[in-house]
Design a protein. Structure first.
Length: 197
């Protein structure tokens, strides 16, 4: 089966009752879900891009405040107090900016995962719509292997394996969250610095 063009999944257009098809309805619902994911991602990206620009400006202004505060003479009592207040405020602002950068990194990871989920739903929809392959186990295994290989996190691969073995979504999510939290704790134990814009 050739790799279909992205976002080409669509309903077969059935007439009410006479030509009802579970396959056609499934494909239509998969296409709708893909469209909803894609529009949500585009709207989210637009908002996050605006926030990123704002926080980039804030980081720049914070550095300007620090530079200006350091010009004040710390030997003059009144200026020393102003200087210290400005530096404290700028450091607080920098801390909040760092927290926002971390949140943006989590959003970026979420966006990538939603993109993968959307793409995977399309692959499944195209497989279902292909009457020559929809009942072929090898075709399903190929799609499953493609989906599994697209995961970048071990927790996602473990969740995939649990679902494929017949576990419930609740069980797979429990395993995923356990593995994800374990990996997050290990990641926070490193001395890696957050990179600013």
């Amino acid at each position: 089966m050739l790799e279909p063009e992205r976002h080409s999944l669509g309903s077969q257009g059935s007439l009410p009752t006479m030509n009802f098809s579970q396959i056609g309805e499934t494909i239509a619902m998969l296409a709708l879900t893909v469209a909803q994911i894609e529009t949500s991602m585009k709207e989210g990206d637009k908002s996050v891009n605006q926030l990123t620009d704002s926080f980039t400006d804030l980081a720049s202004h914070s550095q300007e405040i620090i530079a200006e505060a350091q010009k004040l003479d710390e030997n003059i009592p009144h200026e020393a107090e102003i200087r210290q207040n400005m530096l404290t405020a700028a450091e607080g602002l920098s801390g909040k900016i760092q927290q926002a950068v971390i949140a943006f990194q989590f959003y970026d990871r979420l966006s990538q995962r939603l993109d993968h989920a959307s793409h995977n739903l399309e692959k499944i929809g195209h497989l279902i719509s292909d009457s020559g392959e929809r009942y072929e186990e090898s075709a399903w295994r190929k799609v499953q292997n493609e989906i599994k290989s697209s995961y970048t996190m071990e927790a996602e691969r473990i969740m995939f394996e649990h679902i494929m073995r017949g576990h419930s979504v609740a069980e797979a999510l429990e395993i995923y969250h356990h593995q994800f939290n374990k990996n997050e704790e290990e990641a926070f134990d490193t001395d890696d610095d957050v990179e600013f814009f």
